[in-house]
Design a binder for this molecule. Structure first.
Ligand code: AMP
Length: 634
């Protein structure tokens, strides 16, 4: 008979009770769940002993869904209702996925409101969002974990590609919540792999994580020092993966077999065959693709490993280019890299391993199953976060922000608050003030990017701080704090010091930001750096001109009588000169530097011309303050 353990109310049942936590790799092609048991991480299998769960959901007319292998079997017979690679649509709008070819789905534009801009898919069971589809996969993994571990989970660490932006991360969190999971943390996939490889026990130095999955490519440059990992930079391509190799092979097969345009069903059949052939070519010198089309036509094409390498060379080169960029960002050279980790099923392709090996002049670490390594790392992290900390487990992993986060300031300029590649979580604050006398509200515009002007940056959010007590321009102190949490989500708050009025926003941009766009924004910032700086200087001068005009106007309104008619005329003339210089400073046919000089001179002339007036006003206010007081009272 088993003994029942009892405990006092409020007491823990066992001092060493293990809190059940799992790591989930929510992959494009396959998903896995892992946990730490008896001190070592292991992937949990389903009742048939299979560890991978195909990330596929098939919707049925009765509203139910098949998930994983059951759904996989129908991807060719019921492609419209069988959702594969849903990760590509997470947090994405219709236009973001327009470039993905051969998608058999009936897409519905989510619109900016109800659907948060995220694309939706019409199925026989109704319109489904990528969040709902992913939640089905996560719920299946949660059930699997609870069945194998025999209890409820404390929480889960879920991995996301390093390049996932706020919208994509939030969509992943929403999916987890819908699946009844408590998210301990979202962790980037390369970071999880570094944990699985126990790189914290390796020699201090720089490591690269090359992750080529089904639909995404991530490269991360990590630095290990004193047992702490820091992600120096990340890069990659969120629209490049093993699926693109399938696509290339599919095109090759249709060309070789001289096939007419195919039906959706035949396309799906041939895509599956192409993927099988690709995987076989990782261990065979050649393979023959055989298929019977709906029309009865027989397809038979032999592909050699050499041909496959040749037709996919440009895809491998694309990954090398992304590595170069990430290394430049991290300011490291090939010689600085002490080791390379291979992650993702597609790194089984020998041409990929060869290219990485040649690039880094070292044999990459690939001894852990590349399909499991991310889930295993996530499980180790989950175990730690759940409080099951083992002695010696004192490392920390840090992610970085892909682009700078800034705020719009006067003149349409960007003030960067959190620079790009800052390790997260991170919080930075900066003080701002009011521009006009009596100003009671301030508009906060949160932007992302490397450029100097708001018009060249990506707008993330806008909100207003209201209720600022009326004060003279420049007297209010408004502290704006930017905070990026461990999951990469940004919160911005603004607080006026005197009154304590506060406003805040959490940024969940509706549309995703692909790494192509990130790359484009970075490229533009490099090529436009000098022009941007000149433009910034001009805008700053325009703001200063505006400020001095307002201040002079307000001083004249109050104390005109301190000036003679002649003096008033002289100041009015100087103000007119500034106004004219401001108008001329917008004439784009002129050189930016020259426009700034003219404006600067006019502003300086007005500043000098009002010095005496300012001194008289000062005297007047001092006299007023002292009126009726004896010397010993002041
Ligand atoms: P992941 O997203 O990490 O699960 O990677 C899935 C991708 O790895 C898919 O494109 C698979 O076709 C690919 N893959 C899996 N096994 C192999 C293999 N033996 N050779 C080449 N690619 C593979």
């Amino acid at each position: 008979m088993a003994l029942l353990q009892i405990s006092e109310p409020g007491m823990s049942t066992a001092p060493h009770q293990h809190r059940l936590a799992v790591g989930i790799d929510l992959g494009t092609t396959n998903s896995l769940v892992a946990t730490v048991r008896s001190g070592s991480p292991e992937v949990l299998s389903d009742e048939n002993g299979r560890s991978l769960l195909p990330s596929i959901v098939r919707y049925l007319p009765n509203g139910h869904a098949n998930i994983g292998y059951k759904a996989h079997a129908h991807r060719t017979t019921d492609p419209k209702n069988t959702i594969v690679s849903v990760k590509r649509f997470m947090g994405r709008g219709l236009k973001d996925i327009a470039h993905v070819e051969n998608l058999p789905y009936d897409f519905v534009d989510g619109g900016r409101e109800g659907g948060h801009g995220m694309v939706q898919i019409r199925t026989v069971a109704g319109v489904k969002s990528p969040v709902e589809v992913s939640a089905q996969i996560l719920a299946t993994l949660r059930q699997r974990a609870e069945d194998s571990l025999g209890d409820e989970l404390v929480g889960a660490v879920i991995t996301v590609p390093a390049y996932f932006d706020d919208a994509q991360r939030q969509a992943t969190k929403d999916a987890a919540q819908l699946a009844g999971l408590n998210v301990l943390r979202l962790l980037s996939e390369p970071t999880a792999a570094a944990i699985a490889y126990g790189l914290d026990h390796a020699k201090e130095g720089v490591y690269a994580v090359y992750d080529l999955g089904g639909g995404t490519f991530d490269i991360s440059i990590l630095k290990l020092s004193k047992g702490v990992f820091e992600v120096l930079s990340t890069g990659g391509d969120s629209a490049l993966g093993g699926d693109d190799f399938d696509q290339r092979l599919f095109c090759y097969i249709t060309e070789q077999a001289k096939l007419a345009p195919l039906s959706e069903e035949d396309t799906a059949t041939l895509m599956v065959k192409a993927r099988q052939a690709k995987e076989l070519l990782s261990t065979n010198d050649e393979t023959t693709v055989e298929a019977i089309l709906k029309s009865g036509e027989i397809v038979q094409v032999t592909v050699s490993a050499e041909t496959f390498t040749e037709i996919t060379k440009h895809l491998v080169v694309k990954t090398m280019n992304a590595i170069r960029k990430a290394m430049r960002d991290a300011n490291v050279s090939v010689e600085d890299v002490d080791g390379v980790v291979m992650v993702g099923g597609a790194t089984r392709m020998p041409q990929v391993r060869r290219a990485v090996s040649e690039f880094f002049k070292t044999i990459p670490h690939a001894n852990i199953d590349p399909d499991r390594v991310v889930a295993l790392g996530a499980a180790i992290q989950a175990n730690l976060l759940a409080g099951n900390r083992a002695p010696g487990d004192d490392w920390l992993l840090l992610d970085v922000t892909p682009l700078s986060l800034g705020i719009e300031t006067m003149g349409g300029l960007v003030e960067k608050i959190i620079p790009r590649n800052s390790t997260i979580p991170v919080a930075r604050a900066q003080e701002f003030t009011t521009f006009k006398d009596g100003q009671t509200a301030m508009a906060i515009h949160v932007v992302q990017g490397e450029r100097e002007l708001v018009s060249d940056s990506r707008s993330l959010a806008r909100f207003e701080l209201r209720g600022i007590p009326p004060m003279a321009a420049g007297a209010a102190r408004i502290r704006v704090t930017y905070q990026v949490d461990a999951d990469g989500l940004l919160s911005v708050s603004a607080r006026e010091a005197r009154s304590g009025v506060e406003a805040s926003i959490t940024v969940k941009p509706s549309y995703g930001l692909g790494d192509d766009e990130i790359a484009r924004m970075l490229q533009e910032s490099y090529t436009s750096a000098q022009g941007d700086m000149q433009m910034r200087a001009l805008r700053e001068e325009q703001v200063e001109a505006e400020r001095i005009l307002l201040a002079t106007q307000s001083a004249l309104g109050e104390d005109k009588d301190l000036l003679s008619g002649e003096e008033q005329g002289a100041i009015a003339k100087l103000m007119d000169d500034v106004r004219e210089a401001v108008a001329r400073s917008n004439d784009q046919s002129q050189d930016t530097g020259a426009r700034q000089d003219v404006l600067h001179n006019a502003v300086q002339a007005l500043a000098r011309g009002t010095e005496e007036f300012a001194a008289r006003r000062m005297d007047k206010s001092v006299r007023k303050a002292l009126a009726g007081k004896s010397l010993d009272q002041v």
